[in-house]
Unconditional design. Sequence first.
Lengths: 189, 242
Amino acid sequence: MTEVALTPSQTAGPYLTIGLIGGPLTNRLVDDSDPRALRIHGILLDGAGEPVPDGMVEIWQANAAGRYAHPVDDREGIPLEKGFTGFGRSGTQDGGRFEFVTVKPGRVPWADGRFQAPHLLVGVFARGLMKRVATRMYFPDEETANAKDPVLLGLELEERASLVARAEEGALRFDIVLQGAGETTFFAV
Amino acid sequence: MLPEVAHARVPDSTLTATDPPLYYSDYVGTRLRAPKNPLVLLPSSLSELTGPIYGDRPLTETDADLTRQHAGEPLGQRIILTGQVLGSDGKPLRGQLVEIWQANAAGRYDHVVDNWDAPLDPNFTGGGRCLTDDDGAYRFVTVMPGAYPWGNHPNAWRPRHIHFSLFGRAFPERLVTQMYFPGDPLFPFDPIFNSIPGERARERLISTFELESTRPDWALGFRFDIVLGGRESTPLEEPHDD
């Protein structure tokens, strides 16, 4: 097969809710009544420290046992979970706030066989973003695993800090700063 | 703590010849939103080699027919929008969720933030979704969206466009983009369209009129193929192709 040229990205613009929010893809990865249910929320902020009320945040994660619901993850010994897709999507129309209800993912391997600390992949879209920006969220109660995580270890301390959520009133708080002071670390994936 | 080699940092504009840079001053919206630090380059782990799969959750027929989502028909020129979703190896991607949104025929979005002086259409919301078939093909019925002013600079107008959202086979392949219509006189004036560095890359966002996609005595037809790949796909063209 010959390589074909990729389709370029364009901004999602300010009206993405018409096509992307309110449909079958939601911010509930598990039901609120699931005893493991974990609420993750935060605010999307711009370079002036203002909330971004026309954006969208998406997450991708392994299930609680550490397996991705995707054919490339063929580790049969780790169970898949019926109904758990690992994907969630939240608008930020309520004052820049986004929210997910999910479970903490299990650990998944790095390319060299070491384990990564539990994490979510996070994608952000908004007017003014020419393309998706991608980051990761780590868990504050995983200090030992975080200290050995191959992604975090290759970062400066303050970059690491921007990727670890904080515990707040029974939930996890993870703000995303697009630009400037406290800018979230973004990855080329 | 294990000693570790720092990850490479790359300015986002050097990553691909295809996508626009995050910061593009002519598009005012980027100025306070584009991250300023270089991106951290990560090797792909299982987290990046996998990605969301829509699966077999049900969609309805009117999800893909934006002219039949209300009691009456929307105003405007009916169009049938078709195309194929492909991987960078040229293989069709089946079962892909394709999501679209657009302005109505008068150029107005059915959205609380859009309040310019053009009429809403009670029979048009402007959102649609469908799944690609075994050949990677998708099909929507909708109306031709209007151009609209957007205040980026004096007398700024967006060319007619439809927003597209796709997932691809793994997390890095996620794409949100805009499809344009052939021959639009607004192209030279639109910073969003022109933020794409290469002319040939820009042209890949322009649909083509396709007589075979029309429905005689009923609707025009346009074709827009979409190719998805992560940053590790080899770009076909050189960075400076125009």
